[in-house]
Design a binder for this molecule. Structure first.
Ligand code: ADP
Ligand code: TRP
Length: 324
């Protein structure tokens, strides 16, 4: 069976961009093979350096993923840091990693350009990510476009290792989610927590309504026709409303006579309804004490079993003693 693996960093509260761009497609793949999904909390340490916040984000991401349909009976769901062997593999991989490969990494260069202080952890981030993938003999890795280069680095390191020490790692295939359009944020730019323009999936009703009503629009008067293309209201509505409702909104945009305020109210209603079953599931999970911890503990046991297997191979290949 194909092993499908992906990770998400717990660096904030999940928003509609994360849902449509990453969570929904990853969750859909759990039907196609043996899925391993993990919360990349070691990676998060490169930007979250507040223990209470890290714990809160870890739990929040776990809860939100389960509420959104990750099925623990099909997928192993775990915290990256519950399988510390990944750091051992990352170390071994650094020894075959050319400096230049990391120096060319876009995400590292982007983060520097945005003023993030450059720790060695940030620099070697792609090596830890390669370890995440290679440690579990992953076949398919679904990720957003922004992670494409990290997948190329992973493949390069696997090839380099195999050439140096003999066939050890399986080469993973990236599955780049090109089809998911970028979800726009409140200001029309890409929705991202770093731009402060997000709509959180599980915001309370008042907060979500307020956010949606604050969507930035142009100043076309109520009676004038409006262009649905390029409208962030319509773009978001397309994600959550039925095709008929979308067609109605587009028609009313073109005809004029309806103001942006009305469209936003309709959008709020549709978003709220879209996530209603997931909100309910979230409440049920919250009411079941220990549920999330149990799932993560179970996932970690499965992940560790697979990790031990690969690490024996790796240790042997490089000449380290196999673990007793
Ligand atoms: P943020 O930009 O808020 O920091 P992350 O980079 O942590 O979000 O996002 C995790 C994943 O969610 C990304 O790899 C990407 O696939 C997806 N994602 C985030 N924002 C969007 C968006 N606006 N549209 C589509 N996908 C998104
Ligand atoms: N770097 C990824 C991101 O920011 C998260 C991640 C860490 C990941 N390790 C991974 C994704 C392994 C896929 C496979 O989105």
């Amino acid at each position: 069976m194909k092993r499908i693996l992906t990770g998400i960093q717990p660096t904030g509260t999940l928003h509609l961009g994360n849902y449509f761009g990453a969570m929904r497609p990853a969750i859909a793949l759990q039907e196609e093979g043996e899925a391993f999904y993990f919360i990349a909390d070691y990676h998060a340490l490169t930007s979250v350096q507040d223990p209470a916040r890290l714990r809160e984000y870890n739990l929040g991401v776990a809860l939100d993923f389960l509420a959104c349909g990750l099925d623990p009976a099909r997928a192993s769901f775990f915290l990256q840091s519950d399988v510390p062997q990944v750091t051992e593999l990352a170390w071994i991989l650094t020894t075959v990693t050319p400096m230049g490969l990391l120096e060319r990494a876009h995400s590292y260069k982007d983060k520097l350009a945005h003023g993030l202080p450059a720790s060695a952890g940030l620099f070697t981030y792609p090596v830890l990510m390669a370890a995440d993938i290679l440690l579990y003999d992953s076949d398919v890795v679904p990720v957003g476009k922004d992670q494409k280069q990290h997948l190329e680095i992973t493949r390069d390191l696997a090839v380099k290792f195999n050439e140096t020490f003999g066939e050890t790692f399986k080469l993973p295939q990236p599955r780049i989610q090109e089809t998911t359009a970028t979800v726009p944020g409140l200001d029309g730019q890409k929705m991202s927590k770093s731009y402060g323009n997000t709509i959180e999936i599980f915001a309370d009703e008042k907060t979500m309504r307020k956010k949606i009503m604050s969507l930035v629009t142009d100043s076309t008067p109520v009676e004038a026709p409006k262009d649905p293309e390029g409208s962030n209201i319509v773009a978001l509505y397309r994600l959550v409303a039925s095709p008929e409702d979308v067609a109605t909104m587009e028609r009313e945009y073109r005809a004029g006579g309806v103001g942006y305020g009305d469209f936003k109210k309709r959008l709020f209603g549709a978003v709220w309804e879209f996530f209603a079953p997931m909100r309910q599931r979230r409440e049920e999970i919250l009411a079941e004490k220990g549920y999330v911890d149990d799932i993560l503990a179970h996932g970690a046991r499965q992940a560790r079993a697979s990790a031990n297997h690969v690490m024996q191979r790796v240790r042997k290949a490089v000449g380290l003693r196999e673990q007793p």
